[in-house]
Write a protein that binds this ligand. Structure first.
Ligand SMILES: Nc1ncnc2c1ncn2[C@@H]1O[C@H](COP(=O)(O)OP(=O)(O)O)[C@@H](O)[C@H]1O
Ligand SMILES: [Mg+2]
Length: 270
């Protein structure tokens, strides 16, 4: 794993997808990365920490039976069996832990959710945490637990400014800057702001850029991640590239869905 894990021997890396706004592609990136990493043969769990109508399961075409809250309520007695029961396997091989309803989040504490992240990461090579576009205690938890953070921004000025503000705030709070990776999404030629402009405003180098594709909203509504639905688009290519850069493992550019073999849910590749 190219992401360095901290004090976590025997645990997989935790990657938090974070952003200052909604609608900028956080969930798209989280779900597609999870599908890529699974297709590369690694064990990956994508956990939906969106507090307002989480849609990780929806974007992956999965009907959730259990949610983060079911596991968080058993935080002190979490074991492999409880995890296996709660995780749903996507056709890419990625395991999905869905968000509860808005009201149900109130049943659990951030400590309990952090414990779910910690235990689940012992059973995966990579955990991907999706977060809402607002700052709250759960987002803070997802940042604290992260080995690496993808700070997602679009090229819209409002998104860029909010990203700059958010990252400044994290720096002021003493958040380790080396964990942050700035990701630009929905790059389209007609947008006048350039990645260089963003770097100047945000004060971070751009780690990766993902182009706009009209196929993405279609894949969102059909519940099939773009890397599987349209693997040849530039958007899918860059999502695979990002997964490879983060994991150091090659992601196949073919759709391996049909040849996926059944196996133990909580196997680890390494
Ligand atoms: N690279 C992209 N190209 C085109 N549309 C995109 C791209 N990334 C995301 N979208 C679309 O933007 C909308 C918001 O994406 P989503 O991932 O749900 O954002 P967030 O999780 O930040 O709220 C969705 O309709 C999605 O299809
Ligand atoms: Mg989202």
């Amino acid at each position: 794993m190219a992401i360095e894990t901290r004090e976590r021997s025997g645990r997989g890396a935790v990657l938090t997808v974070f952003g200052a706004k909604g609608g900028i592609g956080k969930t798209t990136i989280a779900t597609n990365l999870a599908a890529c990493v699974a297709q590369a043969g690694l064990q990956v769990i994508v956990m939906d920490m969106e507090t307002q109508y989480g849609d990780v399961a929806g974007l992956m075409g999965i009907e959730p039976r259990y949610t983060v809250v079911d596991l968080a309520l058993r935080a002190t007695e979490l074991d492999q069996r409880a995890l296996e029961r709660a995780l749903l396997q996507h056709e890419s091989g990625a395991l999905v832990l869905a968000a509860p309803s808005v009201a149900d989040w109130a049943q659990v504490t951030t400590e309990q959710v952090a414990r779910v992240v910690q235990v689940a990461s012992e059973h995966a090579d990579l955990m991907v945490l999706d977060t809402p576009g607002t700052f709250n205690d759960l987002v803070a938890t997802a940042l604290v637990e992260a080995d690496a953070v993808l700070a997602v921004s679009s090229l819209q000025m409002a998104s860029v400014r909010h990203t700059a503000e958010m990252l400044d705030l994290l720096e002021a709070e003493g958040y380790p800057q080396e964990r942050l990776r700035l990701i630009l999404n929905q790059i389209a030629p007609e947008i006048m702001v350039t990645p260089e402009d963003v770097e100047a405003i945000v004060g971070h180098r751009v780690f990766w850029s993902i182009p706009y594709s009209a196929q993405v909203p279609k894949s969102t509504s059909s519940g099939v991640p773009i890397v599987l639905a349209n693997p040849k688009t530039d958007t899918a290519k860059q999502l695979r590239g990002l997964a490879e850069r983060l994991t150091g493992v090659r992601v196949p550019d073919r759709n391996l869905r049909s040849i996926l073999r059944p196996g133990h849910l909580l196997r680890r590749a390494s």
